[in-house]
Design a protein around this ligand. Structure first.
Ligand code: 13P
Length: 252
């Protein structure tokens, strides 16, 4: 790990209840004292954002969302939530292009790039998720896929935009499967992403936080975070267990 401040982000996906969430946040707040060291970020479902924001008040833990509407709005977009609304409730970050959104809700590279732009225009820091499927990895297409996903965003913004963004490499085959990328496998892709940005601006590349996601657990976090270009984690399942998530946080 470098001088970049590590970020440990919990993506709760569509899990939990109001009651579970309160207990989880309370245990995390007790475990995260002071604002030195790594940062912790929680991304609850939209409906819990307001409550989680209240519980986090006065703590060093930050708040984010899992998605946002692409149109800058306001407007007639039934069921959508804008970045401006998320800001109203204390969100500072938003995940864009999670593989579940790409696979289950048809989000294309172009839409993800547009959401990235919208997020920044509304004062949110986007966490851009990229990653290949198992089929793509086995066909030796990992580099190509990840490059296309990053390139789609770089076609929409100047490289300077990356100084207010986070990238998360989440190999689809490692998400929720218990099968983590090895530290070397992850590092290889993280280095590729940093080199892509570096070919445009070395300083921005050096400051960019690139998180790893995919079955991060207390037991494997340390070896992943020890890699030069891995600046923290985007954690799904293990972020729902306070003890486990705190172990991951401490590993950073
Ligand atoms: P898991 O940690 O459950 O594998 O999920 C990773 C993820 O998708 C985080 O966004």
């Amino acid at each position: 790990m470098s001088t970049r401040t590590p970020l440990i982000a919990g993506n709760w996906k569509m899990h939990g209840s109001l009651k579970d969430s309160e207990a989880l946040v309370s245990a995390l707040c007790a475990g995260v004292v002071g604002s030195e060291g790594p940062q912790m970020l929680l991304c609850p479902s939209y409906i819990y954002i307001q409550a989680v924001g209240k519980w986090l008040h006065g703590s060093a833990i930050q708040l984010g969302a899992q998605n946002l509407a692409e149109p800058t709005g306001p407007g007639a977009f039934t069921g959508e939530v804008s970045g401006t609304m998320l800001r109203d409730f204390g969100c500072e970050y938003v995940i864009v292009g999670h593989s579940e959104r790409r696979a289950l809700y048809g989000e294309t590279n172009e839409l993800v790039a547009a959401k990235f732009v919208t997020a920044q225009s509304q004062g949110l820091t986007p966490i851009l998720c990229v990653g290949e499927t198992l089929e793509e990895r086995e066909a030796d297409r990992t580099q190509t896929i990840v490059q296309q996903q990053v390139e789609a965003v770089l076609e929409s913004v100047e490289v300077e935009a990356l100084s207010n963004a986070v990238v998360a490499y989440e190999p689809v085959w490692a998400i929720g499967t218990g099968r983590t990328a090895t530290p070397d496998q992850a590092q290889e892709v993280h280095a590729l992403i940093r080199a892509m940005i570096g070919s445009r601006d070395v300083t921005i590349a050096a400051g960019l936080r690139i998180l790893y996601g995919g079955s991060v657990k207390g037991a494997n976090a340390k070896e992943l975070f020890a890699m030069e270009d891995i600046d923290g984690g985007l954690v799904g399942g293990a972020s729902l267990d306070a003890q486990e998530f705190l172990t991951i946080f401490q590993a950073a």
